[in-house]
Design a binder for this molecule. Sequence first.
Ligand SMILES: [Mg+2]
Length: 310
Amino acid sequence: MGLSILIIDDSKAIRDTVKEYLQKTSLFENYLEASNGLEGFKIMLKQNIDLVICDIVMPGISGFQFLALKGSKPEFQEIQVIMLTAEGSVDQKVKGLEQGASDYVIKPFDPAELIARVKVQLKIRSLQESLRELSITDGLTKTYNRRYLIELMKKEFYRAKRNKSSLSFILLDIDHFKSINDTYGHQQGDSILADLVPILEKGIRRHEYVARYGGEEFALLLPETDLKGAMIVGEKIRREVQGFKFTGQNEPLNITISLGVATFHDNNIETVDHLIKAADDALYRAKRNGRNRVESVDPEDRIFGIGGEG
Ligand SMILES: [Mg+2]
């Protein structure tokens, strides 16, 4: 999808000029315009914007006030703003940069300079995106990493609390993984971890998440799924894994997994930490009860498990 730029200036002539210059490049697909800071801010609330070019002196909400509004929204943090300033006003340039603008262009501006400065900002943006991607991804399995999982859990927990909906969490662990590593080497172990991910992804729905929790442990986060539903998801995945032929060195390998399920609202859980602890306890139970099983605890703390015919 093409990028969107928002041009904020009270002068239509300047908006038209900026637009005309930029349209000579193919950097943007969408051009949005506003004649003051408030109007610009309202557009940002409704649409995805990739870059803003913003005048300083405007009737109503000025460019500086726009920066303050934008600064109040964490989700707008990574949207770069290039300020349009009048020639010679060093104070304004400094103030704009201090208040969160990324760069400025002096009016009247040269098209080549404007385009060059816009390109720099887009480059920064794409670097930021790659960094963000790296910071939330597990290098080996390309699933989310644990740190990002915790971030997602906090968000989903809050949402479940507010909407009085369920939130299930599954911790799963490859059975006897250490002996696979010891017998076949770590490379084989790594390839099993990577092969497992598509099975996990196939087992969940679009708004659900897979993350590598650590070592040979993975986590599934299932919003709007109650304990019973999560047990079914877990059992389905357990069977899939049991039946799957993992790529081995000479012949295919079979592995099994153990799963622990916990659900906010169904279990006696009040925090994200409780939710993790409950799933971890359930996983421990699955291990203790013979592995290759799905286990949970019900509100009375009775054992409630399925699977384990292998
Ligand atoms: Mg103006």
